[in-house]
Design a protein. Structure first.
Length: 168
């Protein structure tokens, strides 16, 4: 990502203070990469992040429920066994299978969504940012694209000596 400013902090508290200072000056395009769940991660606005994973799991559960119903109704009608005077399609007997396939499909789709969305999110972080993250530092990334010159200077001033890679 060519138009970004990356700063690396060994101390998560210093990174948190830098993010607070950036936000107080009006810089809003801030991203944080952290090796652990430090409070600096929560200080950044995550409103643009994907909320798709929950919906994908929900839709996977609906597909599992539909498959369970279809499988049981088709099997019951194909065999035509009447047990104890119950109708061939007895909904009460289908409850366990419906639950199990719903959970199986929801869990599998959730795992697939997790892998796909994590790979997609990784592409948003530059190589330099990932290198700092693997070294145990908290990386504060400011996207400089379309930012007014006064905010660019404010970001450079606040991040100061912690800057790893400068924007062109």
């Amino acid at each position: 990502m060519p138009d970004e400013l990356i700063a690396a902090y060994a101390d998560p508290g210093a990174a948190l203070q830098a993010v607070r200072d950036l936000r107080s000056r009006g810089v809003s395009q801030i991203h944080v990469s952290s090796p652990a769940g430090f409070p600096v991660v929560d200080a950044v606005d995550h409103s643009g992040d994907s909320r798709a994973q929950g919906w994908i799991a929900f839709l996977g559960g609906l597909v599992g429920l539909t498959c369970a119903l279809w499988l049981q109704v088709a099997t019951s009608r194909a065999l035509g066994l009447v047990v104890g005077g119950k109708p061939i399609v007895a909904w009460t007997a289908f409850g366990v299978i419906m639950f199990e396939l719903t959970m199986l499909f929801a869990g599998a789709s959730n795992l697939i969504a997790l892998i796909f969305l994590a790979a997609q999110a990784r592409r948003k972080v530059s190589q330099t940012g990932r290198a700092q993250l693997s070294s145990g530092h908290v990386s504060v990334v400011v996207a400089m694209g379309g930012m007014p010159p006064r905010l660019r200077e404010a970001a450079r001033e606040i991040l100061g000596e912690a800057i790893v890679e400068g924007a062109p």
